[in-house]
Write a protein that binds this ligand. Structure first.
Ligand SMILES: *[C@@H]1O[C@H](CO)[C@@H](O)[C@H](O)[C@H]1NC(C)=O
Ligand SMILES: *[C@@H]1O[C@H](CO)[C@@H](O)[C@H](O)[C@H]1NC(C)=O
Ligand SMILES: *[C@@H]1O[C@H](CO)[C@@H](O)[C@H](O)[C@H]1NC(C)=O
Ligand SMILES: *[C@@H]1O[C@H](CO)[C@@H](O)[C@H](O)[C@H]1NC(C)=O
Ligand SMILES: [Zn+2]
Length: 396
């Protein structure tokens, strides 16, 4: 009996660890508070920065004070993480001609410098936790970006897919910047070229048993993507972490696509790499500019979505809640913009978010739009219909 108890206790022990994921810092060195809203920052383009304050403006990329504030907030909240994932996008949203190599290098070195200064020692590891058997797979998904004309005719740019196929033999976290699948704020908007999207899905389906998490950015929003096997069981989750920049996207068709600056902590089991929980912290930019810059906890995944952990099965459960309950949908939607857009997520919005999270595959996404679109119509009419029926019966 003693042996049995001992054995059980060992088996369920959880070895907690945590790490930061930050993404899309997008420093705009031109940010400068002036009386003319057109001249505050280069990254606002032709849009006026109407509410510019010292921490930034929703039309602009990050001023240095916001970058500084986010890195010190990390130090304050969790000073000693196991490591930091930093998935890029450092430069402001300005035309390439206005930037140049020198400016890009200056921006990257300044950001690297402040992160190193606040969190001394290098955190980039190839061996995850410096341990044999664990690995961080850093994919350059810019190679698959549909705007990248240099790779569009290639089967496997830089041989990255065949390389990944070979190294995916031990427990890994995959990190990258541009994610596969669709942007949840704009219907039918993918980033990858179709052939590369398929290859990415094949890679995950083949190696899911050793892929313990995928961590990406690019959207600036807070979302996630589910991966399923051919039987429809959840096998992997890609976490899309929100950006530090509050920059309102200029992508046509997205209305008011800004966000509050967000940073996040992942809690995981250091023995198995299973992701246990996700805690997102944010800066309410409006309030920070008006009063002072105070970073607050926005939410804890397991609390807000009432799931036991952040495993693929739990994330699937969370997604089904979001898909079927107005209350969970709204909660998810507000977190999506890091509590910036608090308007109601209507039925079109629901379909866009649910299908983007559920289907990374292009064809299956299309199918999901049709199915969920129809479900939305029934969702509205079915109660009306059943009420009519019961009225008929009442009058009978
Ligand atoms: C910021 O704007 C002020 C005027 O409001 C100007 O004097 C100053 O040179 C500007 N700074 C930068 C870095 O452009
Ligand atoms: C960065 O933030 C820290 C902590 O709030 C503060 O002490 C420091 O003065 C800031 N530095 C700059 C350049 O704003
Ligand atoms: C990683 O492990 C190697 C060999 O065990 C050791 O020499 C090195 O100092 C370790 N690196 C870190 C950052 O802990
Ligand atoms: C952010 O701050 C503004 C101004 O104080 C406030 O109106 C808004 O409700 C706040 N947002 C959240 C999510 O707390
Ligand atoms: Zn970005």
């Amino acid at each position: 009996v003693r042996y049995g108890q001992h054995h059980v206790r060992i088996a369920i022990r959880f070895y907690p660890g945590n790490f930061w994921h930050i993404t899309d810092l997008h420093w705009d060195p031109t940010y400068n508070l002036t009386d003319n809203p057109e001249l505050v920052c280069a990254s606002s383009g032709t849009r006026p920065a109407a509410n510019a304050g010292k921490f930034g403006d929703y039309a602009c990329d990050s001023p240095w004070l916001l970058i500084n504030s986010s890195v010190y907030a990390m130090k304050n909240i969790l000073p000693d993480p196991d490591f930091i994932l930093w998935t890029g996008d450092d430069t402001p949203h300005v035309p390439n001609e206005d930037l140049g190599e020198e400016a890009v290098l200056h921006i990257i070195s300044s950001l690297t410098h402040i992160i190193n200064q606040v969190f001394p020692s290098g955190y980039y590891t190839e061996k995850l936790l410096n341990r044999t058997g664990f690995r961080m797979l850093v994919l350059n998904t810019n190679l698959y970006y549909d705007q990248n004309k240099a790779t569009q005719d290639m089967d496997d740019p830089a041989g990255q897919f065949s390389w990944a196929d070979q190294v995916l033999t031990e427990a890994v976290y995959i990190i990258g910047h541009v994610p596969p699948g669709f942007f949840e704020k704009k219907r039918n908007k993918p980033w990858f070229m179709p052939s590369f999207n398929k290859l990415y899905l094949d890679l995950i389906q083949k190696h899911h048993s050793v892929i313990l998490g995928q961590f990406f950015g690019h959207h600036h929003t807070d979302s996630f993507r589910m991966f399923y096997n051919s039987e429809g069981s959840p096998i992997s989750t890609m976490f899309l972490s929100p950006g530090v920049t509050p920059w309102k996207t200029s992508l046509p068709g997205v209305t008011d696509g800004a966000n509050n600056p967000g940073i996040r902590v992942f809690e995981y089991d250091t023995q198995t790499l299973l992701v246990k929980d996700v805690v997102t912290h944010y800066l309410n930019l409006t309030r920070a500019n008006a009063a002072r810059g105070r970073w607050e906890k926005e939410y804890r995944l397991t609390e807000s979505f009432r799931v036991p952990d952040a495993s693929p099965a739990s994330m699937h459960q969370a997604l089904e809640r979001i898909a079927s309950s107005r209350c969970y949908l709204q909660k998810y939607y507000e977190f999506n913009s890091v509590s910036y857009d608090l308007t109601e997520c209507n039925s079109d919005c629901r379909v866009d978010h649910v299908c983007a999270a559920r289907e990374v595959d292009f064809d299956r996404y299309e199918h999901c739009l049709e199915k969920e679109g129809t479900a939305a119509i029934y969702g509205v009419f079915l109660p009306v219909l059943s009420m009519a029926v019961s009225l008929v019966f009442a009058n009978w």
